[in-house]
Ligand binder design. Structure first.
Ligand SMILES: [Fe+2]
Length: 183
């Protein structure tokens, strides 16, 4: 099965129709996140990281581990380590923003506030600098802010088919990146 087909299968799983405590089905949240990133000029890998960032929840991962499990899933589908890292960091970015931006609490949904403790609470001050200087910091924050905005039950979402060309493009750049690393 090709990767786009595998992503299609993944996004059709009935578990993605659950809301996981939010006000819209998880699939709509994922589509909105990807759309927001893409419409904001994000590249295909960033948009796909947005598309897949919470799929770990649908695999019954805990709040604590769903980011890491989603990252593993993205890698197994053939996406780059960048895509995986961005997925893995979306909870760290939330914990960072809670620590560093007092206005951010007002941005979080009620469910996101409720899950913060299970996710480890605000990022320890001793870890702030390391995160800021990590290579994926800017994109991880971008993904996180799109994640928080992508919870509008009235916005709806385009059909998932609309995103397949972006998935294809992300896969092509992931493959090119892996080829570069092998050289
Ligand atoms: Fe999310």
């Amino acid at each position: 099965m090709g990767t786009v087909d595998a992503v299609r299968c993944l996004l059709c799983e009935p578990a993605l129709l659950d809301t996981y405590g939010e006000e819209l089905p998880l699939i709509d949240h994922l589509l909105q996140t990807a759309e927001l990133l893409w419409e904001d000029g994000g590249d295909a890998e960033l948009a796909v990281a947005g598309l897949l960032h919470d799929v770990g929840l649908a695999r019954r991962s805990s709040e604590l581990h769903h980011a890491r499990d989603g990252a593993q899933l993205a890698l197994s589908l053939g996406f780059s380590t960048r895509v995986a890292e961005l997925i893995a960091l979306h909870v760290t970015a939330k914990r960072y923003l809670v620590r560093t931006d007092e206005r951010y609490w007002g941005v979080l949904s009620r469910e996101s506030r409720a899950t913060l403790v299970e996710q480890g609470g605000p990022l320890p001050i001793t870890e702030v600098e390391a995160f800021e200087s990590s290579g994926h910091f800017d994109d991880a924050i971008r993904l996180r802010l799109a994640d928080d905005m992508a919870k509008d039950p009235l916005r709806g979402a385009r059909r998932v088919e609309h995103l397949y060309p972006i998935v294809d493009r992300a896969l092509a750049s992931s493959t090119a990146r892996q080829d570069d690393q092998r050289r």
